[in-house]
Write a protein that binds this ligand. Sequence first.
Ligand SMILES: *[C@@H]1O[C@H](CO)[C@@H](O)[C@H](O)[C@H]1NC(C)=O
Ligand SMILES: *[C@@H]1O[C@H](CO)[C@@H](O)[C@H](O)[C@H]1NC(C)=O
Ligand SMILES: *[C@@H]1O[C@H](CO)[C@@H](O)[C@H](O)[C@H]1NC(C)=O
Ligand SMILES: *[C@@H]1O[C@H](CO)[C@@H](O)[C@H](O)[C@H]1NC(C)=O
Ligand SMILES: *[C@@H]1O[C@H](CO)[C@@H](O)[C@H](O)[C@H]1NC(C)=O
Ligand SMILES: *[C@@H]1O[C@H](CO)[C@@H](O)[C@H](O)[C@H]1NC(C)=O
Ligand SMILES: *[C@@H]1O[C@H](CO)[C@@H](O)[C@H](O)[C@H]1NC(C)=O
Length: 597
Amino acid sequence: MLSLRYSILFFLVTANCSLLSDILSAFETSTDCTSCHATLLPALQTGAQQGDTVFVSTLTTVCQTLKLADDDVCVGEFERVGPILAHSLRALDTTGPTATQLCDAAFGLCQPLPVNPFTVTFPEPAPAQPKKFVSRGRPPIKVVHFSDVHIDRQYTVGADANCTKNICCRDFADHMGPVTEPAGPFGNPACDTPVNLAESMLSAIAGGGFGEPQFAIFTGDVVSGDTWIVDKSEAAKDLVDWNAAMLSGLQIPVYPTLGHDSAPVNSFPRNTTRTNETSQWVFDIEQVGWEPWIGRSGAEQQDHTSGSYATVVPGTNLRIVSINTQYWYKEKPFSCLRDSRDPNGILSFVVDQLQSAEDLGQRAWLVGHIPPGKADIIHDQSNYYNQIVQRYINTVAAQFFGHSHKDQFEIAYSDFSNQTASSADSIVFIGPALTPTSGNPAFKIYDVDPDTFEVMDAKVFITNISDPHFQVEPCPATWKLYYSARDSYGPLVGPLAPTDPLNASFWHQLTDVFEANDTAFQLFNTRISRGGAVSACNGDCKTTTICDMRAARAENNCDFITPGTQLKREVRTERSVHGGCESGGISTLLRGAIPRR
Ligand SMILES: *[C@@H]1O[C@H](CO)[C@@H](O)[C@H](O)[C@H]1NC(C)=O
Ligand SMILES: *[C@@H]1O[C@H](CO)[C@@H](O)[C@H](O)[C@H]1NC(C)=O
Ligand SMILES: *[C@@H]1O[C@H](CO)[C@@H](O)[C@H](O)[C@H]1NC(C)=O
Ligand SMILES: *[C@@H]1O[C@H](CO)[C@@H](O)[C@H](O)[C@H]1NC(C)=O
Ligand SMILES: *[C@@H]1O[C@H](CO)[C@@H](O)[C@H](O)[C@H]1NC(C)=O
Ligand SMILES: *[C@@H]1O[C@H](CO)[C@@H](O)[C@H](O)[C@H]1NC(C)=O
Ligand SMILES: *[C@@H]1O[C@H](CO)[C@@H](O)[C@H](O)[C@H]1NC(C)=O
């Protein structure tokens, strides 16, 4: 009896040891897309077939052995996402297209698959004589845009801001030795947003010093970056608390959109996934939290449409279409299943809403979290989304997204193979983050023409985290105008008439200016992080950056997927397509296991 038990134990230990060394050597020898299919995925699949427990403990050991992250981060990340990955691996054809998608998303070893061609169908053809939206030159309305707040409700003043985790400024159990950089009351570039900083932004907006906005848009991401710790109850509380803060802090309607806020992070299981996992609890929370702004019917629609809704801004002719972009996200644990053209029906929802807007003679804004041209959006859905934008081009006045933490824009074209100021036809504004992890905390205020709902100016406001007065209590961090796009870029593009909007043609012309005038490009490059985390950008970097401005369709961006990105502090400032915000989580960890070459 005893010996049998020992021999079983011995068998398990040896099995795990050889599994561990197989997986370690598979990581070591997988250098490209071919070896990812041939070596890495089969090794991982073998692990997954031994059950979630073995898989999770083996991958945790890989993470710890290769020092991809602190021990507790390795444990927490794989505990959360390991079973989901194991589930996907067990069902995987390691030679098929889904496997290619996994090698791209999780390891950076394959380039994205070419778009699976699909022609979106529409209820009505585009009208022969579309309604004209003409500016009457009336004074603009003001609209606030804030994004990626990532509030850390466990931020601890005095805790160490010098740590080796994705976010610091907390009393982590494994902290050793004296505190070398005590966290100040208003934030630190190594840490997510303290409540003080979030309140300071809301009161700066509400204070009226920057004009009286008519409404606000919030393009997602509430929860802090401690993805290895966050559970459902923390994520739920963070969502509820932020809704309450916006409601009490701002006296104007807020039109929010969903980011990556689930538990585990990014986990929005498809409604077809054959497990009992569901993210309905996220939609249920937002149904209650968003109702004061989007009404009962908008809130119910959000709950029934996997987090998307549409609503008309009271007193205007503007329909806001708020889109949950999570089902199009490459790094989402459940997304590696290329089994639907329109996961959870989000694309058809957008079609329906834009058709209604067209029928009613309304203009529309598309608002979402992940910009449609980024490297981490699935090319298929980006392509289909762009078809929708092109069909309703007369209705869509502008688009607003977040996610990158950067102050950026993306342009769509009627003909992406001939990118000119006259084929440029839709502009995507990307809102900078509040969280200081990728530059100075910022928000935007747009001047918007009340007849066309096109953007006349985009002003960026910041608080300067390296200003010596930044942390001084009781006076909160102060906010100031950083720049006005119209004042700064208008003269570079050419004299603008007062009624000329900052539309897609304008921004395309600005990209031409950036190509010709390096001083102007470098100014833009500094502003990406609001002067807070500037990295040099010349040569290929400049070419790629300008190419990406002209790529509101992901297949047109110039980002090259590479392995070897590592977690920890480095992620914050690098220009890598995986850097930045919510790439925390196992895909970032696993990428780090692929040696840099
Ligand atoms: C950060 O902490 C490490 C040890 O945890 C220490 O070696 C290093 O000097 C600290 N950095 C600063 C800037 O204090
Ligand atoms: C889903 O939940 C039902 C009811 O609780 C249960 O019978 C079933 O086994 C669960 N399925 C899975 C795959 O966990
Ligand atoms: C999944 O969502 C789509 C689109 O909303 C819907 O048509 C379908 O019935 C849903 N499936 C399930 C299983 O709920
Ligand atoms: C590109 O577009 C311009 C106008 O925007 C047009 O004059 C030109 O013929 C187009 N070129 C090609 C190759 O389609
Ligand atoms: C942008 O505005 C300019 C000036 O009013 C106009 O000539 C151009 O056609 C507009 N472009 C788009 C894409 O609407
Ligand atoms: C922030 O303050 C620092 C220190 O005073 C200064 O060097 C820097 O230029 C300021 N940055 C911005 C964007 O104002
Ligand atoms: C280039 O851009 C800079 C910065 O905006 C501006 O001051 C300068 O006048 C521009 N040069 C030309 C030739 O337009």
